[in-house]
Ligand binder design. Structure first.
Ligand code: PMP
Length: 388
């Protein structure tokens, strides 16, 4: 028994020696007062206003149901789930189905799509939840070089005869903050009629598009994307996720998505809160614009001051250090300066891609961004000889 524990201790010691040991961060409220959160995904600043929003929600919603007590297929507490699905359906012009989280959605939907004869092709930087769905699907899959349409096309040509090829990508990539070339991807569907496009909009829901529906809405491509995944735990400051797709795929998911069938549904009160927030988010163009301006200013400053190219076109902006120990050190220095920006290390990013991931929010001020850039400038000079 003791040996069994020691095996894990040895693994942990090895991780620590490589500066890769992960620890849960402290509760934010317990940290230094005034510390600015640059790590969570509160893109519209709604989590920061959580207390007043919750009060308003409790004054307008009668829902106080904190459990579903069963999975969607067995629970009679469906009203709030159906109302939210109706709202999502009318916004996206597709059928919507709620999942407990983005992780549940990606794992469950990808696994369910794996009818015999299906080939999956995923962008090399697709989120771990999609990769886990692919592994669970036990179907053949390939990866195409990040955002490389020519490479994808060569793979599609190879599988021209397949019954269907599901191409999996993200609207805004969670670690690099860049965007998939949606027009080129949807154009491929005309050339390859056996292709379905699967788009994870986790980091673009709330943030992009005239109603905050995501990048597909922004590019006027909602009708050209077969399966859209959105999450509620980021810009919408709630939790859970949804898929928006065709009526047949929705019905198939209800019959086959294991993460939906075998897991207790989200509490109705949480779903009601998501609907309350979503109704507001549709009209939050001012915040979306503000976030865009702050992000552009930060991206420009970061590249100018550090001389490093940033792939980002969004509110997710990485500063790549290329080294775990350095990412840890810079994160600690930034915290001293009043900014909580956490390091991202292997296996979340490939070796050499270690970074500080700045996640911007519309609740930041221009002065916050200027102050952050000032500290980045000093740190960049201080660690110049250790940078990637
Ligand atoms: N997809 C992407 C692109 C993500 O970044 C994440 C979470 N970081 C998820 C899905 C999972 O979503 P959730 O946190 O709701 O499980």
């Amino acid at each position: 028994m003791i040996g069994y524990h020691e095996d894990f201790r040895e693994e942990l010691t090895a991780l620590e020696a490589q500066s890769r040991l992960r620890k849960l961060p402290e509760d934010f409220a317990a940290l230094r007062p005034g510390l600015i959160d640059m790590s969570s995904n509160d893109y519209l600043g709604l989590a920061a206003e959580g207390e007043s929003l919750a009060e308003e929600f409790l004054s307008v919603s009668k829902c106080r149901d904190f459990t579903s007590c069963a999975s969607r297929l067995l629970s009679h507490r469906q009203k709030e789930h159906l109302l939210l699905e109706d709202l999502l359906s009318s916004l996206y012009g597709k059928e919507a189905l709620i999942f407990n989280s983005g992780y549940h959605a990606n794992v469950g939907v990808i696994q369910a799509l794996a009818l015999p004869g299906t080939i999956f092709v995923a962008d090399r930087l697709a989120h771990a939840s999609m990769i886990d769905g692919l592994i669970l699907s036990r179907s053949p899959f390939e990866r195409f070089r990040h955002n490389d349409i020519n490479h994808l096309k060569r793979i599609l040509l190879k599988h021209r005869e397949a019954a269907r090829i599901v191409v999996i990508t993200e609207a805004i990539f969670s670690m690099d903050g860049d965007s998939a070339p949606l027009h080129e991807l949807t154009a491929l569907k005309e050339e390859f009629p056996n292709m379905l496009l699967y788009l994870d909009e986790a980091h673009s829901v709330g943030v992009c598009g005239p109603q905050g529906l995501g990048r597909a809405e922004e590019e006027n491509l909602l009708d050209n994307i077969d399966i859209i995944i959105g999450t509620f735990g980021k810009a919408l400051a709630s939790s859970g996720a949804f898929v928006a797709t065709s009526p047949a795929v929705k019905e198939w998911l209800i019959n086959s998505a294991r993460s939906l069938i075998f897991s207790t549904a989200l509490p109705p009160v949480n779903v009601a809160y998501t609907r309350f927030i979503l109704e507001k988010v549709v009209d939050m163009n001012e915040r979306r614009q503000r976030l865009k301006c702050l992000s552009a200013k930060f991206r420009e400053g970061l590249s100018r001051l550090t001389g490093a190219h940033t792939p980002s076109v969004s509110q997710i902006v990485p500063w790549i250090t290329g080294d775990s120990a350095l990412a840890l050190k810079i994160s600690a220095d930034l915290r001293e300066a009043g900014f909580d920006a956490l390091p991202i290390r292997r296996p979340t990013v490939p070796p050499g891609g270690e970074r500080i991931r700045f996640s911007l929010s519309a609740s930041l001020t221009e002065e916050d961004i200027s102050r952050l850039l000032y500290h980045i400038n000093s740190l960049s000079a201080h660690y110049a000889d250790r940078m990637a």
